[in-house]
Design a protein around this ligand. Structure first.
Ligand code: SF4
Length: 580
């Protein structure tokens, strides 16, 4: 990965390509790369959909290698949803393929002169950009089918659906999985709207004729990878629970803990949880057969395999196995206990190119506003269809929970920095509340997954109902996560890495053997800190103050059943998170 592909979409005569070397970005990957480029090259006060914003795509440092779990791809930009810096990452095939083709980053810059839509094709022979207005308004599934018929079955695609074209703040960027389906999404922060603002519908990647990236020290790399894989397989979460039930194994656990946000964060326990749990979902998938079952990787080299395939009762493909966050967002958060309806909405979200978390939280707010009744799955499906059609109501909903709450006069809107909270109520999982409040990304569970020590007993134990120790927990997790997001590793390695020192060491050994480095644990922490520092400085220059590092007031006033508790971490403690 020795080059950066820059595409000026506003050039005279159509997009122009420029290849540059890495320069000061050498040694960076994933989130470290996207956040470095955005913080250095994007004016913090620019309009997120304007010429000055940049859309950056970066494989992780270990992507394209034989390292297990290394296929996450990061996209970064100034977010139209939060107004701050954004990195969102996804699995699927593009990261491994782009890395093998030698690209450390793709940067889309400028503003198109007209509304022509373009497709980009990248293979070992170079880069080709062509206008293709036949792609306009197509859903991600149709886009991928068209690209397959044009470029063959072995491609990977990075694309947007109609939501991205309409520049909605909940729009995602889709990445194709191993079956060439657009099911893995860089979901959060409206990154799809920024790709749409650059007039690019799809980036098609073909890595035929390329080889796996070769480590500087192959033997050490191989051995480190072996220890790493053994560590992942040994840990009960990555070795047993996730492969057996997928991420949705969390539904029963979080619900039991009383932290499952129900009917727009008005309760911490959902009476219908068992009907939509990972156990029920896995049993249903196994019963329906096909290539289903909860043991499916989203990219080459995944050995945890937390994913699966969801079929309807007649055996027809619907979508990938809906993730915990998606099942929660469109399930318990909307009072819906019907897995088939949830899977149908997941398919719509993926096809329109919308973040399932933002969309589910938005439907929850819309239900609170009276647009539909909690529990009414048919009404929820129809609301999501409004988004795909781009009706006036759909455009409101497609811009997320904060906009929807404002338009319909709802006070209980679960957002931080304009971004919806995921599937853990911050009153019952107070460490997550700290992460939601302080993350540079807005409310984001992946930024510092305190559920580990708060609920799962992984990486220590911190009482989820008390404020003590939550800031330190979230700080350490945010630093570690930022570093992991630079490697291209799936975040689900974290369970084994946090609990097993030899697995953490194996990860460092792999990076050292690949790049001929001598990094120690402190260096990894320093990488995480430097990423967060870049992001914090960008956000400060974009106008963010300590008052933006807060949860909405109702979390400190409304007691959440069943524990009847409020969020108790003080503002003064929150302000200490980045003092390391
Ligand atoms: S563990 Fe799950 S999310 Fe992570 S790479 Fe594998 S299938 Fe994808």
């Amino acid at each position: 990965m020795d080059k950066i592909l820059r595409i000026d979409v506003g050039a005279e005569g159509g997009p122009k390509i420029k290849l540059t070397d890495l320069g000061s970005y050498a040694g960076l990957g994933g989130r470290a790369m996207t956040s470095a480029i955005v913080s250095k090259e994007v004016p913090p006060l620019c309009h997120p959909l304007g010429a000055d914003n940049k859309f950056v795509i970066a494989p992780g440092l270990l992507s394209g290698t034989a390292a297990a779990m290394s296929g996450r791809i990061s996209v970064g930009c100034k977010s139209p949803l939060t107004g701050g810096i954004k990195e969102a990452n996804a699995g699927g095939q593009p990261s491994q393929m782009l890395a093998r083709l030698g690209y450390a980053a793709i940067v889309l810059e400028g503003k198109p002169k007209d509304d022509t839509l373009y497709k980009i094709f990248i293979n070992k022979d170079g880069v080709n950009i062509k206008p293709d207005n036949s792609l306009k308004t197509l859903g991600n599934y149709d886009v991928v089918e068209k690209m397959k018929s044009e470029f063959g079955e072995k491609i990977a695609c990075i694309s947007i659906g109609p939501a991205g074209e309409m520049k909605m703040s909940a729009a995602s960027v889709a990445c194709t999985d191993m079956e060439q389906r657009p099911t893995r999404h860089c979901g959060r922060g409206g990154v799809g709207a920024v790709m749409g603002s650059k007039g690019i519908k799809v980036i098609v990647i073909d890595d035929e004729g390329t080889a796996m990236r070769i480590p500087k020290d192959s033997e050490k790399f191989k051995e480190a990878n072996r220890v790493f894989v053994a560590g992942l397989k040994k840990h009960p979460v990555s070795g047993q629970a996730l492969p057996a039930y997928g991420t949705n194994v969390l539904t029963n656990i979080v619900n039991e803990a009383g932290g499952y946000p129900t009917r727009n964060f008005s309760s911490g326990r959902f009476e219908g949880a068992s009907k939509i749990s990972g156990e029920t979902e896995a049993a249903l998938e196994n019963e329906r057969g096909g290539e289903g079952s909860a043991t499916h990787g989203c990219h080459r080299g995944c050995i945890i395999r937390c994913s699966g395939t969801f079929y309807d009762k007649d055996g027809n493909y619907v979508t990938k196995q809906p993730e915990y966050e998606t099942v929660w967002a469109h399930g318990g958060n909307c009072g819906i206990d019907d897995l088939d309806a949830i899977a149908q909405i997941d398919r719509l979200d993926d096809d329109y190119g919308i973040d399932t978390i933002e969309m589910g939280a938005t439907i929850g707010v819309a239900m609170e506003a009276g647009l539909a009744k909690f529990g009414d799955a048919r009404a929820a499906i129809n609301l999501v269809k409004e988004v795909g059609k781009g009706t006036d109501l759909g455009r409101i909903l497609g811009n997320g929970a904060a906009v929807t709450g404002k338009v319909f006069g709802v006070e209980r809107v679960p957002v931080v920095k304009g971004q919806s909270m995921p599937a853990y109520d911050p009153r019952t999982v107070q460490g997550m509340g700290v992460t939601y409040a302080t993350s540079t990304m807005g409310a984001d569970h992946t930024a510092g997954y305190a559920v580990t020590a708060n609920i799962l007993g992984v990486g220590g134990s911190v009482d989820p109902l008390k404020p003590v120790g939550q800031v330190e927990l979230s700080r350490n997790l945010q630093i570690a996560t930022a570093a992991v997001d630079a490697t291209g590793m799936c975040i689900f390695i974290a369970f084994a890495v946090l609990d097993q020192p030899e697995t953490f060491q194996a990860l460092i050994d792999m990076i050292n053997a690949f790049y001929d480095l001598n990094l120690k644990a402190d260096d990894v922490a320093n990488l995480g800190k430097s990423i967060l520092k870049n992001e914090r400085e960008f956000n400060k220059a974009a106008g963010f103050t300590p008052q933006h590092d807060r949860l909405p007031g109702y979390f400190s006033k409304e007691k959440l059943p069943p524990h009847n508790i409020t969020f108790q971490v003080s503002d003064a403690e929150l302000d200490q998170l980045f003092n390391w």
